[in-house]
Design a binder for this molecule. Structure first.
Ligand code: CTP
Ligand code: CA
Length: 224
């Protein structure tokens, strides 16, 4: 961790970023995922590297290039992401949860579901809330020192995002209105509002995901 000495405002800091949508198996050949492209999280990893941080990117398979210099931890399921995040955040300064984590997972069938057996009745169970688990861990250990969440909402953006910030004990919530065509899933641009624990709201202009990433990293730098 200290072998490669680099300059920049986040030199010597460890930043863990999650990216992509989790993949939850239904059976050995099928899965449930979501529309997250991994672009915003990967851009945040790049921006943190550019600021000189040591960066671990915990990502589902996105097809995106891994930012040069990041440590990649490949995961698929919400459970794998939880395990990786708890391990990596144990000595991290900042956790940034840009990933879209499944809230429910199918109880997977051991064998491939056969068409002839008819329409399957898939049973779901809840996944763990990673940020909630991180908040518990942090209360006990002090690590990660800070955590940042994303909230993609299709309605009541600011209210929903602010209550998630409180519920998940975040230092910053990046609220993302996915009802607009130029923001959110798959596209290269994003329009977000930064929400702070004191209730302050900072809307950012619609811009490239790289620009949103830089604004988030600026906030990390401001924490010192
Ligand atoms: N998140 C998480 N673990 C989960 C689900 C979400 O850590 N099992 C994180 C996401 O990575 C994101 C933040 O929590 O940073 C908010 O995710 P979101 O899906 O908006 O919130 P939920 O609490 O799952 O609420 P809902 O989906 O019902 O809106
Ligand atoms: Ca959710």
């Amino acid at each position: 961790r200290y072998l490669m000495s680099r300059g920049g405002p986040l030199a010597g800091r460890k930043v863990v970023v999650t990216a992509g949508g989790t993949q939850e198996p239904i059976d050995p050949v099928r899965l449930i995922t979501n529309r997250s492209s991994g672009k915003q999280g990967t851009a945040v990893a790049q921006a943190a590297l550019d600021a000189g941080a040591e960066v671990t990117l915990v990502s589902t398979p996105t097809g995106l290039a891994v930012p040069a210099g990041a440590k990649l931890v490949c995961v698929k399921t919400a459970q794998e992401m939880l395990d990786a995040v708890l391990a990596e955040a144990a000595d991290a300064d900042v956790l940034i949860m840009a990933a879209a984590v499944a809230d429910f997972r199918p109880i997977p069938a051991a064998q491939k579901l056969k068409k002839a057996a008819g329409i399957p009745q898939i049973q779901f169970e809840a996944t763990a809330d990673i940020l909630a688990a991180v908040a518990e861990r942090r209360a006990a250990t002090g690590f990660p020192r800070r955590s940042i969440g994303f909230a993609a909402e299709s309605q009541d953006l600011l209210q929903n995002a602010q209550s998630k910030l409180e519920r998940k004990h975040l230092d910053l919530m990046v609220a993302n209105d996915i009802s607009a065509a130029d923001a959110g899933f798959e596209v290269d641009t994003n329009r977000v509002v930064l929400l702070f624990p004191d209730g302050r709201q900072q809307p950012l202009p619609m811009q490239e995901k790289a620009g949103v990433a830089e604004a988030i990293v600026q906030q990390v730098i401001a924490w010192g």
